[in-house]
Design a protein around this ligand. Structure first.
Ligand SMILES: *Cc1c(COP(=O)(O)O)cnc(C)c1O
Length: 421
């Protein structure tokens, strides 16, 4: 199946007389004829469902579809994108370990890493997305367990140089984990560029209708956890799970540990209802992404010519400094989000935003409706100016999430709002 077909028909293949649409299995538990049969499920000797905190048929199908879209071997849905990034790292790093991360990441992820995960004893070194190989090399420590980045960072829109970071990670025998939320597998498939683990906030383009918070982790199955002694959680027995050695599960090692250990203990599950809604979004993702990109490019070109605009960041513009990098990894387009600065800084940005009629001010990003946000006064307000700068977010930055309406209407709205600035 090609990508577009996977979007529409992947994973759920009904048999004769079964529902055409992926059913919502709204059940916490599953019935068995004997205790022994259920015991075998607990021992992972037989596949099957017993409790929806560990696995649910609807959630599994959606995770499987996204894994197919990304070209991975397995996946697990989570209750949110935050949970996905936390689990993706916590599955292989414990107190005393260290992670190298791009500094150009979502504000919520930066906080998770820099504050909450540090409290758990996991240390982070942040490197600029345009860091040299030598700078990235210098960030590694003997206890480094992974490298992390975002394909297109939210909201700074830095394009991740997969080759550079994958090479560094693999030279140190650790996996590369990439949050592919903004690009989606329609525009970029990170596994093809050496990424080992892919995460998403499905809340954004995958759902695409701003209806459902969710996340997913996809494993490429490519990383060999037994190549060194850095990953004892996968290569030595888990006494909390009958002494299972996850690496014995081969390509499913990482996913099995995610489900059997982390989801069992931490429980940030996605509800089957949410998975159902995300799947409806996935069925049109391949149609929506090109339209988002086409509209975003039209908006970026318009902004670029407007004298009231100080700067525009959209890697699809031919004269954008990131154009070549974006073309290399995303030849068909990046995403619908563009950012720009209005001359007059913070005050002008506020007047502009308050004057918009079609585009709504929301914290959300990446859905069918055009929306916008001023990160410095909202999502990123907990960060210091120095931290803002490290994340690539200037105080005048407006994040504009271009929807799939008619581009002429979106531009007319921007025009009338700029006229008031
Ligand atoms: C929104 C977002 C997240 C967090 O996802 P939630 O679903 O809001 O928890 C993580 N990474 C990126 C790139 C995001 O845009």
């Amino acid at each position: 199946m090609k990508l577009d077909t996977i979007c529409v028909q992947g994973a759920y293949q009904p048999k004769n007389g079964e529902p055409r649409v992926m059913p919502i299995v709204q059940s916490t538990t599953y019935k068995y004829e004997s205790s022994d049969e259920m015991g075998q499920l607990f021992d992972l000797k037989k596949p099957g469902y017993f409790y929806s905190r560990l696995a649910n048929p609807t959630c599994d199908l959606v995770a499987q579809k996204i894994a197919m879209m990304e070209g991975g071997v397995g996946g697990m849905l989570t209750g949110s994108g935050q949970a996905a990034n936390f689990y993706a790292i916590f599955n292989i790093a414990n107190a005393g370990d260290h992670i190298v991360s791009s500094s150009a990441i979502y504000g919520g992820t930066f906080n998770l890493f820099n504050v909450t995960m540090r409290k758990l004893g996991i240390d982070f070194t942040f490197v600029k997305p345009n860091a040299t190989e030598a700078e990235i090399e210098a960030a590694f420590k003997p206890n480094t367990k992974a490298v992390f980045g975002e394909t297109i960072s939210n909201p700074s829109l830095d394009i991740f140089d997969f080759d550079k970071f994958a090479k560094a990670a693999h030279a140190h025998g650790v996996p590369l984990i990439v949050d592919n939320t903004f690009a989606t597998p329609i525009n970029c498939r990170p596994i093809e560029f050496g990424t080992d683990i892919v995460t998403h906030s499905t809340t954004k383009y995958m759902d695409g209708h701003a209806s459902t918070v969710g996340g997913v982790i996809v494993d490429s199955g490519n990383f060999d956890w037994t190549q060194n002694d850095k990953f004892p959680g996968l290569t030595t027995p888990d006494e909390s799970y009958h002494g299972i050695v996850y690496a014995d599960q081969g390509k499913m090692a990482y996913t099995t540990k995610l489900v059997a250990q982390l989801m069992r203990d931490l429980g940030s599950v996605q509800s089957p209802q949410s998975a159902f809604l995300i799947n409806i979004g996935l069925e049109t993702l391949h149609l929506r992404m090109p339209k988002h990109c086409q509209n975003a490019l039209a908006v970026a070109k318009y902004l670029k010519k407007n004298p009231k605009i100080g700067w525009v960041n959209c890697a699809m513009l031919e004269d954008d400094p990131q154009y070549a990098l974006a073309k290399k990894y995303m030849p068909h387009g990046t995403c619908g989000v563009v950012s720009f600065g209005i001359k007059g800084g913070r005050a002008a940005a506020t007047t502009f935003m308050d004057s918009l009629k079609l585009a709504a001010i929301v914290t959300h990003v990446a859905d069918a409706r055009t929306c916008c946000l001023h990160p410095a006064s909202t999502t990123h307000r907990q960060l210091t100016d120095k931290q803002l700068e490290e994340c690539g977010v200037s105080p005048d930055l407006v994040r504009f999430s271009v929807g799939i309406e008619d581009a002429e209407d979106i531009i007319a709205d921007i025009q009338q709002a700029l006229d008031r600035c």
